[in-house]
Design a protein around this ligand. Structure first.
Ligand code: AVJ
Length: 323
């Protein structure tokens, strides 16, 4: 059974203001990456996960499939499971099945996209001994609601998979972990998926695939702004670019304006002039070193209880326990 704890519909104005601020930013213009994931963007991302160049999701799933029992064996029981960004829920199955062999399990996917929540229910709704309650909220708000609703003898396992943390820059990622820690109690756990550094060629190909799916995913952000904010971006006037920022150790996605052009965004009440060659920065994917994750955990009130690294695609599952 799935019940939605629905918030009032977020206003168009929040999106319009974020687009306005990002496009008017002096120096590098940018758009917040969270807006890449509308219904079309989420479907394109699901397709990215199938691409041979993008090994991240398969590595994430493989680690969970191979080590679910071992991971679950290190958890205090009974335990409820909350997931930040349920996605389609496919990878989560391995953890929920392993847990449900030991206990009746409650699973709380927290996700702002109603379509992703629905997909998750469809994927995971029929596992015996698992009850699903979806929270249609931002991550930490949803997690607070889950934490408040539990009784004291139940621990909480938070899943933050797929290297979603990589969207944050390092300082913000650490701040996020600290805030998350504050919501948890001693002995609660966080299973954190982190994509690891690999060869620059491999990383660039993962974000600039031959079939152009990632390019479509990136351009869809402009299409979405056109659709929802009454803008007139000429999508053909922008080129997808994946860039390795060696100093920050992250892949950046940009949209490069191929010509000098002006764009009007009606709901943002703004017109911007883009120079030929100028870019709009749309997403960052930070890459980590295994030891760095352990240190980050320790600085934010966790200890790393286990780290599993995929042999084919450098990616780590990190089991962090609150101290
Ligand atoms: C969903 C944020 C983990 O950074 O690899 C994939 C998003 N963007 N290809 C990532 C993404 C372009 C993905 N995350």
């Amino acid at each position: 059974m799935l019940t939605y704890q629905t918030l009032p519909v977020r206003h168009v104005s929040e999106f319009a203001a974020a687009v306005r601020d990002g496009l008017l930013k002096p120096g590098q213009r940018e758009l917040p990456s969270k807006y890449l994931y509308d219904e079309v963007g989420s479907a394109l991302f699901e397709t990215i996960c199938l691409l041979p160049e993008y090994g991240l999701t398969r590595a994430d799933a493989r680690l969970l499939q191979e080590h679910a029992t071992e991971i679950v064996d290190r958890l205090p029981l009974p335990i409820h499971v909350a997931e930040l960004g349920s996605g389609s829920g496919k990878k989560t199955r391995w953890i929920l099945e392993a847990l449900s062999r030991r206990q009746k399990t409650y699973y709380f996917p927290i996700e702002i996209s109603p379509s992703a929540l629905a997909a998750c229910e469809k994927e995971l709704g029929q596992i015996d001994l698992v009850s699903i309650v979806g929270y249609e909220q931002p991550y930490l708000e949803g997690l607070r609601a889950v934490a408040q609703g539990r009784d004291d003898h139940n621990h909480l396992l938070v899943l933050f998979l797929g290297s979603t943390i990589g969207n944050f820059d390092r300082a913000a990622g650490e701040e996020f972990l600290s805030e998350l820690r504050e919501i948890l109690q001693t002995g609660d756990a966080l299973l954190l998926g982190t994509d690891l550094e690999k060869s620059v060629e491999m990383q660039l190909r993962a974000y600039d695939d031959a079939a152009g799916v990632t390019a479509a995913f990136n351009r869809n952000l402009l299409a979405r702004i056109n659709r929802e904010l009454g803008a007139d971006f000429d999508l053909g006037g922008f080129e997808h670019e994946a860039r390795w920022n060696a100093e920050e150790r992250r892949i950046e996605m940009h949209l490069r304006s191929m010509k000098r052009q002006s764009v009007q965004i009606r709901a943002s009440n703004v017109r911007v002039m883009l120079n030929e060659g100028e870019t709009i920065w749309t997403e960052s994917s930070h890459k980590y070193r295994p030891a760095e994750v352990v240190e980050m955990a320790e600085r934010t009130g966790f200890r790393c209880e286990g780290q599993w690294i995929d042999a084919q695609w450098p990616f780590a599952q990190n089991l962090l326990i609150t101290g």
